[in-house]
Design a protein around this ligand. Structure first.
Ligand code: PRP
Ligand code: URA
Length: 210
């Protein structure tokens, strides 16, 4: 059992349908990029469900209408490389979003992440969306969350495509305040740290680097 107080499973039928295509080993990188972007839409809508709003009034051709506008700065931070597959969705849905980047690489043997790049805008007061499609051991996401908190992030969510119980547990232990939005909670990690059944290496499938 992997209890996380803030785990959200986006179980929309469309999410399941798109995820099936991402999992399919026959899916080409070109198609994978399309599916990743579409699935990110479902996930980002879920992640932004509780964004702060502010009341406003807009003038229609007929009369004034009450309106609710997004009332907070949103910052998206994709984890390089794989998180880039979800970024365009956020910039399209939220044109006023600010974007930062975290570059992390997981050592293939130790599975420990190291950071090779970090550039983020002001995070204090913003709703921060950390984009990383694969939550495996959770080492990368937990490390990224720590880096972003050190830079002032207080309202942080992880948006991922597939999560392993091990990663969810690690986020619950180290960052119980970080909401984790995912399309699937898979079965386990294999002996080399890949999610099973998973979808393979997201970055390689996204960028065709097999
Ligand atoms: C992948 C993935 C996550 C990480 C998840 O990145 O995008 O960042 O592994 O694994 P973890 O939960 O065990 O840390 P990878 O290090 O393969 O880098 P890449 O995106 O550049 O391929
Ligand atoms: N990173 C991936 O891209 N896939 C996995 O299954 C685990 C980590």
């Amino acid at each position: 059992m992997c209890a996380h107080p803030n785990l959200v499973l986006a179980d929309h039928p469309l999410a399941g349908h798109l995820l099936a295509g991402l999992r399919d080993t026959k899916t080409s990188p070109e198609r994978f990029r399309v599916l990743a972007k579409r699935l990110a839409t479902v996930l980002v809508l879920e992640a932004t469900r509780n964004l702060a709003v502010r009341d406003a009034t807009v003038r229609t051709p007929l009369a004034d209408a009450p309106a609710r506008l997004i009332g907070t700065m949103v910052v998206a931070v994709p984890v390089l490389r794989a998180g880039l597959g979800m970024l365009e969705t956020v910039t399209e849905l939220l044109p006023d979003v600010q974007v930062g980047y975290v570059g992390l690489e997981r050592d293939e043997t130790t599975l420990q992440p190291t950071s090779y790049y970090l550039k983020v805008p002001q995070l204090a007061g913003a709703a921060v969306l950390l984009l990383d499609p694969m939550l495996a051991t959770g080492g990368s996401a937990a490390f990224a969350a720590t880096l972003l908190k050190q830079r002032g992030a207080a309202d942080l969510q992880l948006v991922c495509v597939v999560a392993a119980p091990e990663g969810v547990r690690r986020m619950a232990d180290e960052h119980p305040d970080v909401r984790v939005v995912t399309a699937a909670l898979d079965d386990h990690l294999n002996e080399v740290g890949y999610i099973v059944p998973g979808l393979g290496d997201f970055g390689d499938r996204l960028f065709g680097t097999f």
